[in-house]
Design a binder for this molecule. Structure first.
Ligand code: IPE
Ligand code: IPE
Ligand code: MG
Length: 251
């Protein structure tokens, strides 16, 4: 049976994930497929961000994390890196109001200080404005690498221990989680990767420990509302066991 159409989605999905994380991949391949320069793929990808954010709100997903630029992506050709940074600035300019109108708070995770200062300024302003009155949270992973994040957490914990503020014997999972970039954000329930690659590419290694994984061959610029709802449907069918033997669904 076809479970859901976009219109009655909310009524047909029992378990809506609270937090969805997405590796937005395949912009370059989409561009190549259309005989366009890679940057056109990134540009088209920003429309998927808008569409998926809209769909996520409609479904009641509270947190959406999107992997927009990794610590490894800095090794790409200068033109592409610059183009991506410009696109980010343009996204903030064009769609900042849309975020505010829809009560979406913006958070950024990653090495913020490595971004061009003009981009930092625009994003900071939007983060500040959107923090006041919000229902949904959009987290953009920018110059983000999970190993760096975990190493930074280890450094902070070591410092506190050296300063006598923390007993090394007390360090547990919660201590580490509290020292990650966004300690107040719940772990993702569902991780989507577009364009078929079966790897994490240094994305949220700690936080994804028990996330359900969903990979689609669709390139990111072609991933819109319909594809997002399909991923939510797939999530709804999963039985999460967390190491035990039964699920809420009894399988
Ligand atoms: C994802 O698309 C966007 C970024 C990593 C910035 P890609 O640019 O990786 O596209 P492909 O993987 O080359 O198709
Ligand atoms: C992952 O995509 C990073 C982002 C989506 C920002 P990549 O295209 O950089 O990943 P790899 O190189 O295929 O692992
Ligand atoms: Mg890629």
């Amino acid at each position: 049976m076809m479970k859901s159409s976009i219109g009655n989605l909310k009524s047909s999905i029992d378990n809506v994930p609270e937090h969805v994380a997405i590796i937005m991949d395949g912009n370059g391949r989409w561009a190549k497929q259309h005989g366009l320069p890679r940057l056109k793929g990134h540009e088209e990808g920003t429309q998927s961000v808008r569409a998926v954010l809209r769909a996520a709100r409609q479904a009641g997903v509270k947190y959406l994390t999107i992997y927009a630029f990794s610590t490894e992506n800095w090794i790409r050709p200068k033109d592409e890196v610059e183009g991506l940074m410009k696109l980010l600035a343009r996204f903030a300019d064009r769609y900042g109001d849309e975020l505010l109108e829809n009560k979406v708070r913006l958070l950024v995770m990653g090495q913020f200080e490595r971004l061009p200062s003009s981009v930092q300024k625009k994003l900071s302003k939007l983060m500040e404005k959107s923090a006041k009155d919000y229902e949904y949270t959009l987290i953009v992973a920018l110059s983000y690498g999970s190993r760096t994040e975990i190493a930074d957490a280890a450094k902070a914990i070591a410092r506190e221990a050296a300063a006598g503020e923390l007993d090394p014997e007390s360090v547990d999972e919660e201590t580490i989680a509290k020292h990650l970039y966004l300690p107040d954000v719940p772990d993702p329930d569902l991780m989507i990767r577009t364009s078929g690659e079966l790897r994490l590419s240094n994305f949220l290694l700690w936080q994804l420990s028990y996330a359900e994984l969903y990979v689609t061959d669709t390139f990111w610029p072609d991933f819109r509302e319909k594809e997002f709802f399909q991923a939510l449907d797939a999530f709804d069918q999963r039985g999460r066991r967390y190491g035990g033997i039964v699920t809420q669904k009894g399988r």
